[in-house]
Design a protein around this ligand. Structure first.
Ligand code: ZN
Length: 346
């Protein structure tokens, strides 16, 4: 009996040392068991080998049957485990974050001025960006990355080869594609946890008042005065804060207009469009590529500040960045009582 047990232990040990899987080792023991049983069945009674291995076949047969039952039970359990369907994760309640989102926004959440509360405000916020061009490119990407829950973008233009020197949201492969769809693709690729609403059309006064009502905050990154005045009027009449950025060659400027809170509106500062030729567009005058990146990113920062309540937004102030000389300055902006949009007579 002891002989068989020692042999079994040695076989098991060799199997382990060779790294044989447990299944193979069990088969080895089964072969040993079968050999012992065979000895008892084949050899005559009183044979030395039979005496050394217990003398009778019956105990071995009972042992084998028990071992077989144990193995069968083990296999049965495994089969049941494989069949068990993993229970679906419970649906997460709205307005809360998944583990992946918490991890994604961890660097925001540790900021005292943002925290979990601010991140939740970002998720619930709806921001509309006018123009998916130079200023819109970084603004849209950073708003999406920051986890602004709903981002609308309106632009009637298509991606042109000459845009790509600065409009980094659009890849070369998107040339000819409507900018809003190219921007949507980039934002969704950056952060699948935000909802993007593209509007491939030109902004009209009717559309503006209808659309602005659905959003908490407007970012204006357009390059023409007609649209700027239109956006300002709609923002003032709907009481929505307007973050406005502008560029020319090497200089950029940014301001937050919210006359409902305090300070002027866009038209207070720029009462009328400059005469044709005095304010040339980017196409006419040129613009250094990273400049819209700087100002557009600042627009996203101001948006996050307004949504979370962090710090002091550039309300009633204009920040001017002169890239050529590496200088920034801030000027105070005044409300005009005779402003046709936000003034007393408006
Ligand atoms: Zn005004």
């Amino acid at each position: 009996m002891a002989l068989v047990l020692i042999l079994a232990a040695v076989l098991w040990g060799i199997g382990m040392a060779m790294g044989a899987p447990i299944r193979v080792r069990i088969v080895m023991l089964a072969v040993l068991w079968a050999a012992v049983v065979l000895l008892h069945l084949v050899l005559p009674d009183g044979n030395a080998l039979r005496t050394a291995t217990g003398g009778q076949a019956a105990p071995w047969l009972i042992f084998g049957a028990l071992a077989g039952l144990v193995l069968l039970y083990r296999e049965g359990l495994r089969w049941l485990r494989r069949r068990a369907v993993p229970t679906a994760a419970p649906a997460k309640p709205q307005g809360t974050f998944s583990e992946v989102e918490l991890n994604r926004y961890a660097r925001h959440i540790v900021l005292r001025e943002v925290g979990g509360k601010g991140q939740k405000r970002l998720k619930n916020a709806k921001v509309l960006v006018i123009g998916a061009g130079g200023l819109g490119s970084p603004a849209l990407l950073y708003l999406a990355a920051a986890g602004v829950g709903t981002i609308g973008v309106i632009d009637d233009d298509e991606v042109d080869n000459s845009n790509l020197q600065r409009q980094v949201i659009h890849p070369d492969a998107a040339i000819g594609m409507p900018k809003v769809f190219s921007a949507q693709k980039a934002m969704e690729a950056q952060n699948p946890f935000v909802q993007v609403r593209p509007y491939h059309r030109r902004l009209t006064p009717e559309l503006a008042s209808e659309m602005f009502a659905e959003y908490d905050l407007i970012l204006d990154g357009t390059d023409n005065f007609t649209t700027r005045y239109l956006v300002n009027e709609a923002a003032v009449s709907s009481g929505k804060p307007l973050i406005s950025g502008a560029l020319s060659q090497w200089e950029g400027q940014i301001s937050v207009f919210e006359p409902a809170q305090s300070g002027p509106c866009y038209q207070c500062v720029f009462p009328q469009a400059p005469a044709a030729g005095l304010a040339p567009s980017c196409a006419e005058a040129g613009v250094i590529g990273p400049l819209p990146g700087v100002i557009g990113t600042m627009m996203a920062v101001e948006a996050i500040k307004l949504i979370t309540g962090a710090g002091a937004p550039l309300r009633g102030e204009m920040l001017i960045y002169d890239a050529l000389w590496g200088e920034t300055r801030k000027i105070a902006l005044k409300k005009r009582s005779d402003c046709p949009v936000c003034g007393e007579t408006a």
